[in-house]
Design a protein around this ligand. Structure first.
Ligand SMILES: C[S@@+](CC[C@H](N)C(=O)[O-])C[C@H]1O[C@@H](n2cnc3c(N)ncnc32)[C@H](O)[C@@H]1O
Length: 277
């Protein structure tokens, strides 16, 4: 009996789990060793303690381009152009690097700029050219900067727009407090539900990225619903954790899609983009 026939014969006996154990052990040990190596490298090279930044894997970036293409109904080639545009925007990158280096909380931020799924937010703004974008949850202002950068490019092409960026933390948004990006950003400090209620202009694109509890996310979508412009698009950063936006889409007769990002060289499993339109 050759080795293959022997393996097949054992697989049909009660000894099969014992025989397979060494192979299973090697598989899981290889995987865990890789996670440990990545985690150890991150512990010594990064300063971040939440809202981690990373690049996307090549495949994840390709899927993101198709996701935006389907949602915005524009050719994928055009979307790839938008992704490349933000990634190669040197003034934006320099602004983030330099502002981070001199920020009071620089001890908890990485200087190296990595946008992750935010390049998808950028492409959606470039493809849909909204007049008014609302982002809840600003933190340092990385997403706000990326959104502002898309709005500035749209303005150059004759489609101006503004970003209302909402955060409860008075120290949030240091990346969008100066520079040309700040010119299209209205930073509002306070609880997002109250700030959404006070919005006095129709919202074309809304992004939930604040308190990620299911209840708060649900309340934000309910609060923004009467403020939406016709055809307004809803995004959530919470799509890998809750089904809130999908449920909201079903209640309000919208379509829904979810994209799950894959970070490159990072222990964090990544977030995603949920969209209802
Ligand atoms: C995940 S971070 C936002 C990340 C940001 N959008 C980005 O692209 O990097 C979450 C932010 O939500 C803010 N936040 C938490 N609860 C909030 C609330 N009730 N209203 C407004 N902002 C809130 C926090 O202060 C924090 O800055």
């Amino acid at each position: 009996m050759d080795a293959t026939s022997l393996r097949r014969a054992i697989a049909r006996t009660r000894l099969a789990p014992v025989a397979a154990f060494p192979k299973r052990l090697v598989s899981v040990a290889r995987h865990d060793a890789k996670v440990l190596r990545t985690s150890a490298r991150w512990l010594v090279t990064s300063r971040e303690h939440h809202n981690y930044t990373y690049d996307l894997t090549k495949l994840s970036r390709q899927h993101l381009a198709w996701f935006v293409s389907v949602v915005c109904d524009v050719p994928v080639k055009q979307v790839r152009g938008y992704l490349a545009e933000v990634e190669s925007d040197e003034p934006l990158r320099r602004h983030i690097e330099q502002t981070t280096a001199s920020a009071a909380r620089r001890g908890l931020a990485d200087r190296h700029v990595r946008y992750a799924r935010r390049i998808g937010w950028y492409a959606i703004v470039r493809a849909t050219r909204p007049a008014h974008v609302v982002e809840t949850g600003v933190d340092k202002g990385l997403g706000s900067c990326v959104l502002a950068s898309a709005l500035l490019r749209n303005a150059d092409e004759g489609h101006p727009g503004r970003l209302t960026a909402l955060d409860i933390n008075p120290e949030a948004g240091y990346l969008v407090r100066d520079g040309r990006w700040s010119e299209v950003v209205d930073l509002v400090i306070g609880d997002s539900i109250a700030s959404i209620g006070a919005l006095d202009r129709p919202v074309d694109l809304f992004l939930h990225d604040s308190d990620h509890s299911r209840e708060h996310e649900r309340r934000e979508f309910e609060a923004v619903e009467p403020k939406l412009a016709p055809g307004g698009i809803l995004l959530t950063d919470n799509v890998t954790t809750t089904n809130v936006l999908a449920e909201h889409a079903e209640r309000t007769g919208r379509r829904f899609l979810a994209y799950r990002e894959t970070p490159a060289e990072h222990w964090y499993r990544g977030d995603g983009i949920g969209v209802a339109w």
